[in-house]
Write a new protein. Structure first.
Lengths: 389, 224
């Protein structure tokens, strides 16, 4: 002898519908709660996504190796050995200097000069606006050629075509062979306010006798951790531990994701509090309902309802209120997400996961806060309940 | 079929012990029309609650269909109420938001009967009290007499061993009261065991066995 869930559900819906205004107001608490959870979390996730995107734009299959021990430096042999390692697609030295750049009367003090090889442009995903790349011959012959970042080109040459012109880097004449397309700035600084020179030329001019930093492009992002450990093994056997630092985009990404994740959680948590308040509203109204319906409970028990029947009847009532409130809140949240994304052109949308969690949480709220009133109802003695006026 | 043996009921209210039933022994046979009369305060409502398994005796034994049920658990008692007892209350006690059909159907829902059979049996029960054409009326759309007939249908629908009526005519005018009593009488004639609790001698006159309760003891027994 036990009634079916379908009948209990039907009963609950009937009694919920019999007091529409009250049900709606109770539901409103849950609607607002779920709605704000959805919107807050979506905004947090939107921020995370855009940070991730900008980092991934830099290439998540890149590794930066810097030797921290000043007594050791990469040799050309090291470079070729590293480039032969499994998972390494290509590499480029990455030597940084700062020098004044001059063209005629135009002067750019403190421009970043990067010594690179022919791979550097490809590794970083830079493209040319005009001119040619640095080629292996430039490296071998230590040609005094230079590629200009878009900003440097702009401030030195304005609208003029700089190709073939001579500029001076710390007083040495270089021929401009190409100009870079404007790049988005990354976390690592201004990619437009720099010039690229063959690393061999740069090393001679700036009296740098060895390479301390290289950029490596792995074959793909998925195996980058494996590639990193291969490189680490190579460096460790060569130089020992604590002599180098490998900078992995992936690691940076996970750190940043952690930060934005905490932020999202915080926002969601604050919104969750309003959901909790909605739950208290449910509990309040359910307590009123139970005392109003004491006699009904007595009658139901007299004709054979068990404690569990009464318990479930009220529990289902509160969870139907919170569940439907949850669904409405989710729909409102999705709608507002759409409005925000079109109005502010930020891509925010609630993930399926968030929607599911928000819905389950609202159901849980209904069950949790319905438990006490339902239990109270189910424990009423039929004799006392029937006598209740 | 119903046997009470030296049943007592004592309420403890703070420091005071109040013994409402002081050793009641009755024997209700199958097919009996059994009335319990007595003034208010005589303990007849308490007796009704115990007979209806809404309450348990403090001491004594209660056999219903041969089972001693005074030690049954809450769930067992709910099952007994559902299957063996049909209640008819003075104030009808229909659920106001359900229509006549749904009210009558309720005991069968709690029994877990499938919807198709529920519908058949509910319609039969409503038909037997002459309210087949009113089955989709809410209680407030029915007269007092009709409401009580719905309540009778609800009590009957589960085919219980005994109908327990507590002042079934107490809230009705004479005419509808008589109609209700006629229904009870005809049900009894068809073999249904009925126990009526009343302070109205006219009601008691229609019964086959009559006991009078005063201050928690039986002061008179009459078998007609």
């Amino acid at each position: 002898m036990n009634m079916s869930l379908k009948n209990t559900l039907k009963m609950a819906i009937k009694s919920i519908l019999s007091n529409k205004m009250r049900t709606f107001l109770t539901m409103l608490g849950i609607i607002i709660g779920v709605f704000s959870v959805i919107v807050m979390v979506s905004m947090g996730q939107g921020a995370t996504a855009s940070v991730t995107q900008s980092i991934e734009g830099m290439g998540s299959n890149l590794l930066n190796i810097t030797l921290t021990d000043r007594t050791i430096r990469f040799s050309n042999d090291n470079l070729s050995e590293l480039s032969m390692l499994e998972g390494v697609h290509m590499l480029s030295p990455n030597i940084n200097w700062v020098a004044p750049v001059k063209y005629g009367l135009n002067n750019e003090a403190g421009t970043s000069v990067v010594g690179v090889n022919e791979n550097y442009m490809v590794i970083n995903g830079y493209t040319m606006m005009t001119g040619r790349l640095i080629n292996p011959l430039d490296i071998e012959n230590r040609n005094k050629v230079v590629l200009l970042g878009s900003e440097v080109s702009e401030s030195l040459f304005g609208q003029f075509n700089p190709i073939g012109e001579s500029i001076s880097l710390s007083g040495i004449k270089y021929t401009v062979v190409g100009v870079l397309e404007e790049n988005e700035n990354t976390l690592f600084g201004d990619n437009n306010n720099m010039v690229l020179v063959p690393y061999t030329t740069g090393m001679r001019q700036f009296r740098t006798n060895s390479i301390a930093s290289i950029t490596i492009q792995g074959t793909d992002a998925a195996s980058i951790d494996k590639t990193q450990s291969k490189i680490e093994t190579y460096l460790m056997t060569l130089y020992g531990t604590d002599t180098y630092r490998i900078f992995n985009q992936e690691q940076l990404l996970s750190t940043l994701n952690e930060i934005t994740g905490v932020l999202t959680l915080l926002l969601g948590g604050i919104a969750g509090i309003s959901l909790l308040v909605g739950g208290i509203g449910i509990m309040n109204i359910m307590l009123v309902t139970v005392s109003e319906r004491t006699r009904e409970i007595g009658v139901r028990k007299a004709i054979g309802a068990r404690r569990s029947n009464i318990l479930f009847q009220f529990l289902i009532e509160s969870s139907v209120i919170s569940g439907i409130g949850g669904i409405i809140g989710i729909m409102l949240g999705i709608l507002v997400n759409r409005i925000i994304s079109t109005a502010f052109e930020i891509p925010i949308s609630a993930s399926m996961q968030v929607i599911l969690i928000a819905f389950l949480f609202s159901l849980f709220i209904g069950v949790f806060f319905g438990m006490y009133p339902a239990n109270k109802a189910s424990k009423l003695k039929p004799v006392d309940a029937l006598r209740y006026e | 079929m119903i046997l009470l043996d030296k049943v007592t009921k004592t309420y403890i209210m703070g420091e005071i012990e109040l013994t409402v039933l002081k050793g009641i022994s009755i024997d209700v046979r199958e097919g009996d029309f059994f009335s319990i009369i007595g003034p208010s305060g005589s303990g007849k409502s308490t007796l009704m609650n115990i007979l209806g398994c809404l309450d348990v005796p403090t001491s004594g034994e209660y056999y219903l269909d041969g089972q001693e049920i005074s030690t049954y658990s809450e769930n067992d008692l709910a099952k007994i109420r559902n299957e063996k007892i049909g209640f008819i209350f003075q104030k009808f006690n229909l659920l106001p938001k359900l229509d006549a059909f749904e009210n009558v159907e309720l005991p069968l829902i709690y029994r877990g009967i499938k919807s198709k059979r529920r519908k058949e049996e509910t319609e039969i029960a409503l038909d037997s009290v002459g309210l087949y054409d009113r089955m989709h009326h809410k209680p407030n759309e029915l007269s007092g007499g009709q409401q009580q007939r719905v309540a009778i249908a609800r009590a009957l629908v589960g085919n219980p061993s005994v109908l327990l009526a507590d002042e079934p005519t107490g809230n009705l005018d004479t005419k509808s009261g008589n109609e209700v009593l006629d229904i009870l009488e005809s049900l009894n004639r068809k073999g249904r065991t009925i126990i009526v609790i009343t302070h109205d001698f006219e009601v008691a006159d229609r019964s086959k066995t009559e006991i009078t309760l005063r201050d928690g003891i039986i002061v008179n027994r009459k078998v007609k």
